[in-house]
Design a protein around this ligand. Structure first.
Ligand code: NAD
Ligand code: UGA
Length: 438
C-alpha cells in the first residue's frame, strides 16, 4: 500500500519513517522547502533519538520519499495522513488554518477513492468539517472517506511509542475505510496492540481526554509536592505509596516546574475552548491550567527565597528543553522561569545537550555554556530545569568548587537530599524538604 503524510514535523516524520519501516511505501510532503531539501539528504531537522538512522535506512531502501509537491503525494497514495500543526490561538482555541489549508490543497488532486486521515490533534468535529470541505469540492461520482486517527507519541521516545503503542484509536465511518486502516496497522496486531474503532467525534475526544488527564495527574502531584513542603512530608515516598495502588499507578506523577511542551498546554486550552463553545464548563481542567501557571511562578519564588535579592546574582541553569531527549523549546518551562529571573536582575548562564540552538532564537542575554562545569563556574546557584540523563551523575566535587556558593535548586528531583546535604550543598528540591514560604 502507498501512503502519504502531509506535514513532516515531529509527528508526520515519525509516522512516515515508522510506516516505511513496516514495509509500506511512504511519501512525506511538507510546505517548508528547506525542510524537504534537508530530508531528501537524510538530514532530520530536529532532535529525536533513533529517527535519523530510521530515515536514512528507509530513504536508502527506497520506501521513504520527501517532496514539496502535494500533487505527487496525493496521486500515488490510497491513504493520506494530515499531520500539520494545530497551534493555539490567542484565546486558547486550536488554530486550524494549517489543516484546512493542507486539506484544500489535497482536495485539488483527488481523482479516485482516498482515505484522508487526521493524525494532527484536532478539536471534536473537525474531521467531519474536513470531510464536508473535500466532498463539496469533488465531482459527485468521487467518493472519499475521512478517518480520525489521533497520535499519542511522546517526543524523546517517539519511535518506541509509535511502534509499540498502548493502543491505536481509529474513528471511522465505513467498512471500506475500516478495512484499509486495519490493514495499515496490521504489523501492530503481531504485538497484540489493542485497536479501538469509534466514530469520528469519539476518536477526537479520546485524544483530548488523554492529554487533559495526563496534565491533571502532573498538576495534582505538583500540588501535593507543594503541600509536602509545608508539612514536612517527602513527595518521593508519597508517590511510591500512591503509585502502588493499582487503581492509580506510578506514572506521570513526577513533580517539577509544571508541564510544558507543544502539546499538553495547548491541548488543555483547546479542550476548554471546545467546552466553552458548548457551554459546558470543565472546572477541573480549567484549574489544571491555572495551577500549572502558578507552578512556574513558585519555582521562581523558590529560587528567590533561597538566594535572597536576585539583582546582580548569577544563576546557572542546566536543561532548557521542556523535557529530556528533545530539542523542542515550545512552551518550555525554562523560558518563563529564565525571563522572570532576568526581570529581577539576575544574570543567566545555561547549558542544554540539544536545545541550545533553538533556545538562542527565543532567549536573550543568556550566556550559553559548553557544559555543566562552565555553567557552575562563578554562579551563585545551580538550577536543574530538565532531567537529562547526563545531569544525573555529575562530579559534585567539581561543581561545588566551581560555584560561588554551594547552592543547588533541583527542580526535577534528580538527586537525593541527604546525599547532597552531606556533600555540603544547600539543596532545594520539589516536595522533599520542609520549606516555609507557602
Ligand atoms: P510541527 O510543527 O513539528 O510540524 C508540522 C509540519 O507541517 C511543519 O513541518 C510544517 O511546515 C508543515 N505544514 C504546515 N502547513 C502545511 C501545509 N499546508 N502543507 C504541508 N505541510 C504543512 O508539528 P508536530 O509537533 O509534528 O504536531 C503536528 C500535530 O500532531 C499537532 O496537531 C500536534 O498537536 C499533534 N501531536 C504532536 C505530538 C508531538 O509530540 N509533537 C504528539 C501527538 C500529536
Ligand atoms: C505528551 C503526551 O505524553 C503524549 O502522549 C502526546 O501524544 C503528546 O503530548 C501530544 O499530544 O503531543 P510530550 O509533550 O512529548 O507528550 O511529553 P510528556 O512526556 O507528556 O511531558 C509533557 C510535560 O510534562 C513535560 O514538560 C514534562 O517535563 C512534564 N511532566 C511529565 C512532568 O512534569 N511530570 C511527569 O510525571 C510527566
Amino acid at each position: 500500500m502507498n501512503i502519504s503524510i502531509i506535514g513532516a514535523g515531529y509527528v508526520g516524520l515519525v509516522t512516515g519513517a515508522c510506516f516505511s519501516e513496516f514495509g509500506l511505501h511512504v511519501i512525506c510532503a511538507d510546505a517548508d522547502e528547506e525542510r524537504i531539501h534537508l530530508l531528501q539528504k537524510a538530514q532530520v531537522p530536529f532532535y529525536e533519538p533513533g529517527l535519523q538512522s530510521l530515515v536514512e535506512s528507509n530513504l536508502r531502501q527506497g520506501r521513504l520519499e520527501f517532496t514539496c509537491e502535494i500533487e505527487r503525494a496525493v496521486r500515488s497514495s490510497l491513504v493520506i495522513f494530515l499531520a500539520v500543526g494545530t497551534p493555539p490561538n490567542g484565546d486558547g482555541s486550536a488554530n486550524l488554518s494549517q489543516i484546512f489549508d493542507a486539506t484544500s490543497r489535497v482536495t485539488k488532486f483527488i481523482t479516485d477513492y482516498k482515505v484522508v486521515v487526521t493524525k494532527s490533534t484536532v478539536p471534536v468535529g473537525t474531521t467531519r468539517k474536513l470531510k464536508a470541505l473535500i466532498s463539496d469540492n469533488l465531482p459527485p461520482h468521487l467518493s472519499i472517506d475521512l478517518v480520525a486517527n489521533p497520535e499519542f507519541l511522546r517526543e524523546g521516545s517517539a519511535i518506541e511509542d509509535f511502534t509499540r503503542p498502548n493502543r491505536v484509536i481509529i474513528g471511522v465511518e465505513t467498512p471500506q475505510a475500516k478495512a484499509i486502516m486495519k490493514d495499515l496497522y496490521s504489523p501492530l496486531h503481531l504485538i497484540e496492540t489493542p485497536i479501538v474503532f469509534t466514530n469520528l467525534e469519539t476518536a477526537e475526544m479520546i485524544k483530548y481526554a488523554t492529554n487533559a488527564f495526563l496534565a491533571t495527574k502532573i498538576t495534582f502531584i505538583n500540588e501535593i509536592a507543594n503541600l509536602c513542603e509545608a508539612v514536612g512530608a517527602d513527595v518521593h515516598l508519597v508517590v511510591k505509596g500512591l503509585g502502588l495502588d493499582q487503581r492509580i499507578g506510578p506514572k506521570f506523577l513526577h513533580p517539577g516546574p509544571g508541564f510544558g511542551g507543544s502539546c499538553l498546554p495547548k491541548d488543555v486550552a483547546a479542550l476548554l475552548s471546545t467546552a466553552r463553545d458548548h457551554e459546558c464548563y470543565l472546572r477541573i481542567v480549567s484549574a489544571v491550567l491555572e495551577a500549572n501557571e502558578y507552578q512556574k511562578v513558585r519555582m521562581v519564588e523558590k529560587i528567590r527565597k533561597t538566594l535572597g535579592d536576585l539583582n546582580g546574582k548569577t544563576i546557572g541553569i542546566l536543561g532548557l528543553s521542556f523535557k529530556p531527549n528533545t530539542d523542542d523549546m515550545r512552551e518550555a518551562q525554562s523560558v518563563t522561569i529564565i525571563r522572570s529571573l532576568q526581570a529581577e536582575g539576575a544574570k543567566i548562564k545555561a547549558y542544554d545537550p540539544a536545545a541550545m540552538d533553538n533556545a538562542r532564537k527565543i532567549l536573550t542575554d543568556v550566556q550559553f555554556c559548553a557544559g555543566p562545569c562552565e555553567v557552575a563556574e562563578g554562579s551563585d546557584a545551580l538550577v536543574f530545569l530538565t532531567e537529562w540523563n547526563q545531569f544525573r551523575k555529575l562530579d559534585m566535587g567539581k561543581i561545588r568548587a566551581a560555584l560561588k556558593s554551594p547552592i543547588i535548586l533541583d527542580l526535577r528531583n534528580i538527586y537525593e537530599p541527604d546525599v547532597m546535604e552531606d556533600l555540603g550543598f544547600t539543596y532545594v528540591a520539589v516536595g522533599r524538604r520542609r520549606l516555609n514560604f507557602v
